[in-house]
Design a protein around this ligand. Structure first.
Ligand code: ADP
Ligand code: MG
Length: 363
């Protein structure tokens, strides 16, 4: 018996996880489709708080990489034990009592030469672990301001932001931002850009390389571009690299500020599909800012509508449509229309309304 020594917690209690009585044992030998990780994830859903799952598995990547990653992301204690050529994965479910993100009475006032601008006025928002939340609204309604405050790049004038139970007081690697323009380093190659944050974290070179390659594959960047410099890439490829660079850090929350706004419609559609697939696979907590209502409906579990002057939350919609969602799905169309009507009402004639068969844009 080999103990792979993988564990996410440090307490004595967790060291003995594999010696405690599991509440559920599943044998997932031979599972390929559905993927063994999906079976583990679906089984965990039905466990109670602190109950233990034992999964017996013959799929090495699930035991050594995928299940540990899932546990680290959700802060579940786990152990992986190898025995007679099989892996026994022990996972303890810990119910989250903390929301992933809490924005409490947040206001932000900028002083300019023309006077004060109330970019955000008493904003309250709670986001749970694994939610995909889209923030939509006309330009100038404070979307980027809220994202920057959440990222810790700026401080609220009033109120507080809490990330997983800790008050945000500056940037942190558990909150990573992807901007409209990828903000990639032009002097580094694609692969070195993706590895950059890991290097700062002093991750060993071979592990860095493996992780970077995994994530470049996940975002669908062709291998032949791995050693290219950023200026040699199209806009769509740059955003794929930016996404890989953010995801490779395994952030607890991914903050995206109009990441696809500068792309042509067809590239954007492909990236929508890929981001949906990444989310289906990872259930990462994502806050996605856009001024494109259709994009928000396509991607979000929830769409928060912002109004401006002063910037504030106007309304909120639950988007309960099965994924992956397609742009021509009737429910996507209907939800887009409702939210668009809501925004139109708000803007009362300030709206520059441009429409074609692909998108509805405000600005
Ligand atoms: P959005 O991302 O929704 O387009 P922003 O968050 O960028 O809106 O801006 C909200 C308001 O705050 C706008 O009126 C903008 O001009 C103002 N603003 C944003 N950042 C600054 C800043 N650094 N200094 C002064 N005003 C700012
Ligand atoms: Mg903005």
């Amino acid at each position: 018996m080999t103990d792979l020594g993988l564990e996410s917690g440090q307490t004595e209690e967790l060291r003995n996880l594999h010696e405690l009585k599991p509440s559920k044992i599943i044998d997932i030998r031979g599972a390929i489709c559905p993927h063994p990780l999906n079976i583990i994830r679906d089984t965990i859903i039905n466990l109670g708080d602190r109950e233990i799952l034992q999964a017996i598995c013959d799929h090495e990547p699930t035991a050594k990489e995928n299940a540990p990653r899932l546990c680290i992301r959700r802060s579940y204690p786990y152990r992986v034990i190898e025995k007679n050529g099989l892996w026994h994965i022990f996972i303890q479910k810990i119910e989250k009592t903390q929301p992933r993100l809490r924005v409490l009475n947040v206001s932000k006032v900028f002083k300019t030469n023309h006077g004060k601008v109330i970019a955000l006025d008493n904003v309250n928002l709670t986001i749970q672990e694994g939610e995909f939340v889209c923030i939509v609204g006309p330009s100038g309604c404070g979307k980027s301001t809220l994202l920057n405050l959440t990222a810790g790049l700026d401080k609220p004038t009033q109120g507080e932001i809490w990330s997983n139970g800790n008050r945000v007081s500056g940037p942190g690697s558990e909150r990573v931002v992807v901007f409209q323009e990828g903000a990639l380093f032009p002097w580094l190659t694609v692969i070195d850009n993706v590895e950059f944050g890991l290097k700062l974290r002093k991750v060993a070179p071979e592990i860095r390389r493996t992780l970077a390659l995994d994530y470049l594959k996940l975002v669908g960047l062709d291998e032949k571009f791995h050693n290219s410099f950023i200026h040699q890439l199209s806009g769509g490829m740059k955003q794929r690299v930016a996404l890989a660079r953010a995801l490779v850090m395994e952030p607890a929350i991914l903050l995206m500020d109009e990441p696809f706004a500068a792309l042509d419609v067809y590239t954007r559609e492909t990236l929508h599909e890929e981001l949906q697939n990444i989310w289906i696979e990872s259930h990462k907590t994502i806050v996605f800012v856009t001024h494109n209502v259709q994009e928000a409906v396509l991607l979000g579990d929830r769409v928060i509508v912002f109004a401006r002057n002063p910037g504030r939350i106007k309304s909120e919609y639950e988007i309960d449509i099965a994924r992956p969602r397609k742009i021509d799905h009737p429910e996507v169309f209907l939800n887009t229309k409702w939210i668009t009507d809501d925004l139109k009402e708000e803007l009362e004639g300030q709206l520059q309304y441009k429409t074609n068969e692909k998108e509805v844009v405000y600005g």
